[in-house]
Design a protein around this ligand. Structure first.
Ligand SMILES: Nc1ncnc2c1ncn2[C@@H]1O[C@H](COP(=O)(O)OP(=O)(O)O)[C@@H](O)[C@H]1O
Ligand SMILES: [Mg+2]
Length: 411
């Protein structure tokens, strides 16, 4: 029997705020940073960023009103402001109607025409409010934020998957990306955060600085405080496994939690959930005490399970999407090579492999050119959380499950 406090398994969706664990110290740290700065929260995919953001939204502190959007699929600053305004209206309709719209004809014009309960009506009306929204994004953005500041209500804007939007923008219109980032930076610096009622919390599964560095625009975001989401600790994983199994009456021996910790590598919480859920299912089927050997079997089959496969596939396809040739082939080549290593490979070995791959593709560059390409590639793979420097000058997959999967399908 599951005790009433034992949380559900979450296998993909963000953790509901009532079930969020292991993040209270981090949440306090985040509010602390937000009290003086704008913040960027980065961590690999499926590690719990959105869960933390959802918690912030449901339990705001320091009198903040929160509006939160996911901008992964947006490709224009105009879409950005419309989405943000719509989210603010969803979360705080009275604030938008009674305070934000005051003296702002664009917004009050819309609000006079739609009823509060009409689902989707606001967004549609907003989109139709100016036939030249795309040309006028800057003016509307300026006015939006000026109106928000005039109310003096502290507002936290949460922007999830921001680097993805920037990458899309970069591909469609690099000049526009530069303009948008310049505008955004000016908005963050004036007024200074200490005197601003607005705060930005930006999240992303790829490293923002890394993304912009490759575009030569990193100076447009270096005012934002970088707050990394800490990986779950061994104690967290142990507590998770023991509570999720123990709370469901599953008997397991003393080696089970330790083996889960070992098999996870750098813990991606999603895989911790999937593996623990599989242990629970195994017990339901076999009704016996679980052992470390069961953990091994669960991890080995996790890699080939359909639930994990779709999640893992993303890590593979992302390179095809975002790494231009010749970087793409080199990245695939290096990751294959690392995936069959015992505990990672030396930088020197990886450099040689990159050069070999380039020769194979008929690319011949002066040695310093290929070295630069290699350094950039390794940095990208680190920034995008594929690899970590496990020991001085030695690189391995950041995530044990991903490594096994890569070895199985792509080595
Ligand atoms: N604090 C946590 N405890 C346990 N599992 C978590 C936690 N945070 C996230 N997860 C797991 O990670 C998955 C993805 O969470 P999410 O917040 O969407 O991550 P991200 O936004 O970083 O991709 C969840 O479905 C859940 O399996
Ligand atoms: Mg997310």
């Amino acid at each position: 029997m599951k005790t009433s406090e034992t949380p559900e398994f979450y296998t993909g969706a963000p953790v509901d705020p009532v079930d969020l664990r292991f993040r209270s110290a981090f949440l306090a740290e985040l509010w602390q940073s937000l009290s003086t700065n704008h913040v960027v929260l980065t961590a690999p995919r499926r590690t719990g960023k959105t869960s933390v953001m959802d918690y912030l939204r449901q339990h705001p502190q320091n009198g903040y009103s929160v509006a939160s959007i996911n901008v992964q699929d947006l490709t224009h600053p105009a879409d950005f402001f419309q989405a943000l305004l719509d989210a603010l209206h969803d979360a705080h309709p009275h604030f938008v109607r009674d305070q934000l719209a005051e003296g702002w004809s664009l917004l009050s014009g819309i609000l006079s025409k739609i009823s509060e309960v009409e689902v989707g009506g606001f967004k549609l009306a907003l989109r139709g409010s100016d036939p030249n929204w795309r040309d006028n994004w800057r003016q509307h953005g300026d006015q939006f934020l000026a109106q928000a500041r005039r109310t003096s209500i502290p507002i936290l804007f949460i922007i999830d998957e921001f680097p993805d939007m920037l990458l899309k923008l970069a591909r469609e219109d690099e000049a526009l990306l530069g303009e948008f980032l310049g505008w955004f930076r000016a908005q963050r610096l004036s007024p200074a955060p200490s005197r601003d009622s607005i705060r930005w919390l930006i999240g992303g599964s790829v490293n923002l600085a890394g993304t912009l560095d490759s575009l030569g625009m990193v100076d447009l975001i270096n005012d934002i405080e970088d707050v990394p989401l800490p990986p779950l600790t061994d104690d967290d994983i142990r507590a998770f496994v023991e509570d999720m199994l123990g709370g469901r009456g599953v008997p397991f021996d003393g080696n089970v939690a330790r083996r889960v910790i070992e098999r996870l590598g750098r813990p991606i919480p999603l895989f911790m959930q999937l593996a623990t859920q599989d242990l629970y299912r195994l017990w339901k089927k076999e009704q016996r005490q679980l052992t470390a050997e069961d953990v091994d079997n669960v991890f080995d089959s996790l890699v080939v399970s359909s639930s994990a496969r779709t999640r893992l596939q993303h890590f593979y396809s992302r390179i095809g999407q975002y790494y231009p040739e010749p970087k793409r082939s080199a990245a695939y080549g290096l990751l294959s090579k690392i995936s069959v290593s015992e505990a990672g490979l030396k930088r020197e070995t990886l450099l040689q492999e990159t050069e070999r791959l380039q020769l194979e593709q008929g690319i011949q560059r002066p040695a310093h050119g290929s070295k630069r390409t290699f350094n950039q590639l390794l940095l990208d793979l680190e920034n995008d959380f594929y690899v970590v420097e496990v020991a001085e000058g030695s690189y391995d997959f950041a995530c044990g499950v991903l490594k096994l999967w890569w070895r199985k399908y792509y080595a």
